[in-house]
Design a protein around this ligand. Structure first.
Ligand code: PGA
Ligand code: ZN
Length: 399
């Protein structure tokens, strides 16, 4: 069994041009793996802590040099000579070394970079694809993509209050066909817009006045592409309600669902408004997704399961900080009939870990933005390669 020989770390940049952290781990077998941690804009208060050098003006308080030093110093010291494939032990050491609830001492960004890089290194050492290495099963499903094709909220400089207007292909038998259908809708939408600038997640960021206008133009693009809205392709929203100036009521949501072919709503309410979550989730017959509500945290998910606050959870590894804890939350969700949606962050990178994670965990869906900006497309391209690797056995996940 190969062991961790050396851990390097450096500051690199994310897709918004902000500093972020990269870890590079070497085995005594002379193999190595890299991981870059993404960063959110609409972050919830229950997320693990992202350590930045707030008092250093060189990078406007956004550099991650302290986190880099934490990897080079205490984290390296704790992990040298540990078995590369002992992910649980690696993550346990990281968690204990930090010792705080939200990973404030070392920074969840430092911890996660190392956790993911060691996981990738273990797959390389085992000479198997990352998704196979991470999986307990021999049967694999490709996640259905939710493509964020109109960006609003904190991800764009327009007036749209809802953060993400997504499309989801409903009935395709392959991932490549899901992307083909989405591609047509995106191209038709582009032809209908005057302003084709894109937002942080690669979706268009047009100067539309209302949420309804955004939904209606997407419906037109779906029809123009020859698909039936709701049957072939549905609309999914991420409201990111923590950031809303004026809350949307349960009744408003129920009207919206009645009027439009919306099949999924993420973060319809603020992260601690458990009462409204329960009310909507028990009255709406669609997917209700907790992102900031759960923050990929098993304690918050347990509460949500008991209270029936939602029926799906968004999974962002950097909300919790290690691969093992991420897997544990996914397991808990599945055991309780919750769907899992693996997600990028609005500040992301060329790292495609989440694509493998989605397949490995039999997650039914993945969110990685639109078909624009290479950091978004990289995850979809990775899934195309996985689909090819699986050949005839590749099946789409059930939604
Ligand atoms: P964030 O947005 O990465 O800016 O938090 C993504 C989301 O809310 O799903
Ligand atoms: Zn969200």
């Amino acid at each position: 069994m190969s062991k961790i020989k050396k851990i390097k770390s450096r500051q690199v940049f994310d897709s918004r041009g902000n500093p972020t952290i990269e870890a590079e781990i070497f085995s005594d077998n002379d193999k190595s793996a890299l991981a870059i941690v993404p960063s959110g804009a609409s972050t919830g208060s229950h997320e693990a802590y992202e350590l930045r050098d707030k008092n250093n003006n060189e990078y406007l308080g956004k550099s991650v040099f302290k986190a880099v030093e934490n990897i080079k110093g205490p984290i390296s010291n704790a992990l040298i000579n540990i078995n590369v494939s002992d992910q649980l032990k690696i993550d346990e050491k990281l968690i204990n070394l930090d010792g705080t609830e939200q990973k404030k001492k070392l920074g969840a960004n430092a911890i996660l970079a190392v956790s993911i890089a060691s996981c990738k290194l273990a797959a390389i050492e085992a000479n198997v694809s990352l998704f196979k290495y991470l999986s307990k099963s021999k049967v694999f499903f490709i996640p259905v993509p939710l493509l964020n094709i109109i960006n609003g909220g904190l991800h764009a400089k327009n007036k749209l209050e809802i953060q993400e207007f997504m499309i989801r292909p409903e009935n395709t038998t392959s991932f490549s066909e899901s992307l083909r259908q989405s591609y047509l809708v995106i191209k038709n939408l582009r032809s209908m817009l005057e302003d084709t600038n894109v937002g942080d997640e690669g979706g268009f960021a047009p100067n539309l006045e209302t949420n309804q206008q955004a939904i209606e133009i997407i419906l037109k693009a779906i029809e123009k592409s020859g698909f039936k809205p709701g049957e072939d392709i549905s609309i999914c929203l991420d409201v990111a309600a923590n950031e809303l100036k004026k809350p949307i009521s349960v009744e408003n949501y129920l009207e919206l669902i009645k009027k439009y072919p919306i099949k999924s709503i993420e973060d319809p309410f603020k992260e601690d408004d458990w009462i409204s979550w329960k009310k909507l989730s028990t009255n709406a017959q669609i997917q209700i997704v907790g992102d900031d509500l759960f923050a990929t945290n098993k304690i918050r998910l347990k509460k949500g399961i008991e209270e029936k606050s939602a029926n799906a959870i968004l999974i962002k590894p950097n909300q919790i900080g290690t691969v093992s804890e991420t897997l544990e939350v996914i397991d808990l969700a599945h055991k309780n009939g919750f769907k899992t949606i693996i997600s990028h962050r609005s500040g992301d990178s060329e790292d495609t870990f989440i694509a493998d994670l989605a397949v490995a965990t039999n997650s039914s869906q993945i969110k990685s933005g639109s078909l624009a900006r290479s950091e978004r497309v990289a995850k979809y391209n990775r899934l195309l390669r996985i689909e090819e690797e699986l050949g005839n056995s590749a099946k789409m996940a059930k939604i």
